[in-house]
Design a protein. Structure first.
Length: 280
């Protein structure tokens, strides 16, 4: 299995769009891995997790032909993960012409919670015009398993929004497995119990770290990441070659990604950067 992190920043990016804090000022000068676009990942070159508002430039920079993508697995409906304008372009016949693709394959399928589905239904209308049918949706609930090609996804309840059933995912191809835990605070007890009982040993655990060195809230920080790491190891849910990657980093704690990486490394983990590819 392979994951490519196309964007690894939080909603405001890094450096934050309009920010003049010291960390953002430094990042603008240092550039390189200190620049983080909005979060979005690609599994096995075929399945997107979330659709970033930066997906256009991400696809160009990392040489991804988005016309070949058929499936997008959504964590939740926040605009930094679900760029509705881009989705509307995929739905427009005039904006998306793929003459070499069979008509029955000329659609993009989204998997996600009820809120994601409601937004797609509403926003894919232009005035009185209905959707062209190029966007399809499958409602996913916590505990549900679904397959995309050779991959099996298990949806798990996140701790992110009170008014939305946000999701994280366990993903396996039958040989290798990963946990993708983006945009969540410390995981609910029911989610931890489900993870313990999945019968999966993760080879990669990808965790939210938007809070950095600050206490967690609806996002995790380094202390919550360490706590989850220890819990998974106590459950026996990780392989001997386990890799821990922190994602969705923000400027909130005042450290540049380069500075935060030192703390992360000292705790046996790595900070994701835009374009980073991890094979397991």
């Amino acid at each position: 299995m392979k994951i490519q992190y196309l964007g690894t920043g939080a909603a405001e990016g890094f450096p934050a769009i309009f920010c003049r804090c010291e960390a953002c000022r430094k990042a603008r000068q240092l550039k390189g891995r200190n620049v983080k676009t909005r979060s979005c990942s690609l599994i096995n070159d075929k399945v997107l997790i979330d659709l970033s508002p930066d997906i256009f430039m991400q696809s160009l920079k990392w040489n991804i032909d988005l016309s070949l993508i058929r499936d997008v697995v959504m964590t939740h409906s926040h605009g930094d993960h679900m760029d509705i304008f881009t989705i509307q372009q995929r739905d427009k016949a005039a904006a998306t012409i793929m003459p070499d693709v069979k008509a029955e394959m000329d659609y993009l399928k989204f998997y996600g919670d009820e809120t994601v589905g409601d937004i797609l239904k509403q926003e894919l209308k232009t005035g009185e015009a209905e959707s062209s049918g190029r966007i399809r949706f499958r409602h996913i609930v916590p505990g549900e398993k679904f397959k995309i090609g050779t991959l099996t996804f298990t949806a798990l309840r996140a701790n992110h929004r009170a008014n939305e059933e946000c999701l994280i995912y366990a993903i396996t191809d039958g040989e290798k497995s990963m946990l993708y835990a983006n945009d969540t605070g410390i995981l609910p007890e029911e989610t931890m119990a489900m993870i313990e009982n999945l019968g999966i040993k993760f080879d990669l655990v990808s965790m939210d770290c938007a809070r950095g060195t600050l206490p967690g809230d609806s996002h995790m920080g380094i202390n919550e990441d360490i706590r989850l790491k220890q819990s998974l190891e106590n459950f026996g849910c990780v392989s001997k070659n386990i890799k821990y990657v922190l994602n969705h980093y923000s400027h909130m704690c005042g450290l540049t990604p380069d500075e935060f990486q030192i703390i992360v490394e000292n705790n046996g983990m790595n900070l994701a950067y835009d374009g980073m590819t991890v094979e397991i």
